[in-house]
Design a protein around this ligand. Structure first.
Ligand code: KIV
Ligand code: ZN
Length: 413
């Protein structure tokens, strides 16, 4: 069967086929939709040395809401007056669901309910190491407090999510007992946190399936990036039956951070062909705002939003890209889809195709020999660890005597 390539954005109503994966990866549809729970304003704000003020929170929440993010975790209402006020105002102004975090403590749950959130996210440690040395409690106490907290939210008629914190390091039998108990108490969601990022995709998928067997509630996953597997673990969780993924913009969060919003959304959309309902064209804008407000720079090689995500330098790649961008980009994800721009960068690995393109864009009409000479100058200059700027290119063109297009035309006329 021959596949006609068609992207959702260009061929509405037609099935999308991913030509590039033929013969390499089987084209399957493990899931068709996934909901996005953004925790930039809560776990993201727990990034060491990061804090969002009232205006930061309002601005980030507004963009997340406009983009169609299903749940926005605005913060931890019991944390103080400024936090409470920001969450309260976000809850009042937001169309999508706003969640507030609470420990399994009556006053925390009360604060979240008072802030007017649509969902209270209650959490309690379930691993022995955290029960003993963080909560200073017993398994029985954690169980009782978890049930009480869930019931408190249910009684208030508000949506509730329960997180057995450190689920990936929790004794399975105890985890099953807690999950069954909070399910019985009426939780709408069970979030499965890989709090210390120790999961692997297949093990996490197994855990998601295990929890799913013990609950009627919908499943959500929360993964950390300590071993660089947060996004892979999150999508493995969705493959195993989770309906929702917790993410943070640019992957900010505790230690190495959370699964990144942009990675999970684009993997779901482009690799799995799923529909997240998110306006992906604002991803770059969102990333820039969060980077500025969090004071966490985006690494140049960060998937989707890094400066190099759609940049090409080496000769073979740049020449391919100039001819057809699908040669050395995923093809299923374009810069336009995320509000980014493609660039061909001049440097040590540059080839003649890129130099010709740059010269022509700068208004020159070089001969093949001139392109070769300028290319040599570019490579030599960049080999000394110099960045090649537009001004450098003009200098090399002048050295070689390349004429501007208009001059050439005048001479010919
Ligand atoms: O990492 C974690 O376990 C958390 C919980 C509060 C869900 O952030
Ligand atoms: Zn976390």
């Amino acid at each position: 069967m021959s596949l006609v390539r068609c992207r959702k954005t260009t061929c509405p109503g037609q099935p999308r086929a991913i030509e590039f994966f033929q013969g390499t990866l089987a084209q399957r549809s493990e899931f068709e939709t996934v909901r996005i729970f953004d925790t930039t304003l809560r776990d993201g704000e727990q990034t060491p040395r990061t804090s969002f003020d009232y205006d930061d929170k309002r601005e980030i929440a507004a963009v997340l809401d406009e983009m169609g993010t299903h749940v926005i975790e605005a913060g931890f209402p019991a944390n103080g007056d400024a936090e409470f006020e920001a969450i309260q105002d976000i809850a009042a102004a937001t169309e999508n669901t706003v969640a507030g975090l609470a420990r399994v403590v009556e006053s925390d749950v009360e604060a979240a309910l008072d802030a007017g959130v649509d969902m209270v996210h209650v959490f309690a440690s379930t691993s022995d190491v955290q029960i003993e040395d963080s909560m200073h409690a017993t398994r029985e106490q954690v169980m009782d407090r978890s049930i009480a907290a869930v019931e408190q939210v249910v009684d208030a008629g508000v949506e509730v999510m329960f997180s057995p914190m450190d689920a990936t390091r929790t004794d399975r039998e105890y985890l099953a007992a807690v999950v069954e108990a909070v399910d019985e108490a009426g939780t709408d969601w069970i979030n499965i946190p890989d709090t210390t990022g120790v999961a692997s995709p297949s093990r996490f998928a197994d855990l998601v399936a295990f929890v799913d067997e013990h609950a009627d509630a919908r499943i959500d996953v929360h993964t950390h990036d300590d071993f660089g597997m947060a996004t892979a673990n999150a999508v493995a969780g969705v493959e195993a039956g989770a309906d929702q993924v917790q993410v943070s913009v640019n992957g900010i969060g505790e230690r190495a951070g959370n699964a990144a919003y942009e990675e999970v959304v684009m993997a779901a959309e482009s690799v799995y062909g799923a529909d997240t309902g998110i306006d992906t064209t604002r991803i770059m804008e969102l990333s820039g705002i969060v980077s500025a407000k969090s004071d966490v720079p985006v690494p140049v090689n960060k998937p989707v939003v890094g400066d190099n995500a759609f940049a090409h330098e080496s000769g073979i790649h740049a020449a391919g890209i100039i001819e057809n961008a699908d040669t050395f980009e995923p093809g299923v994800m374009t810069p336009e889809m995320v509000g980014a721009e493609r660039s061909v960068v001049l440097g040590k690995h540059t080839g003649t195709h890129a130099v010709r393109q740059h010269l022509e864009e700068a208004g020159y009409d070089p001969t093949d020999a001139e392109v070769r000479e300028v290319t040599r100058e570019v490579k030599d200059y960049a080999a000394e660890k110099q960045h090649v700027t537009a001004r450098d290119l003009h200098r090399f063109a002048a050295d070689v005597g390349v004429e501007k297009e208009t001059e050439t035309q005048e001479v010919r006329a």
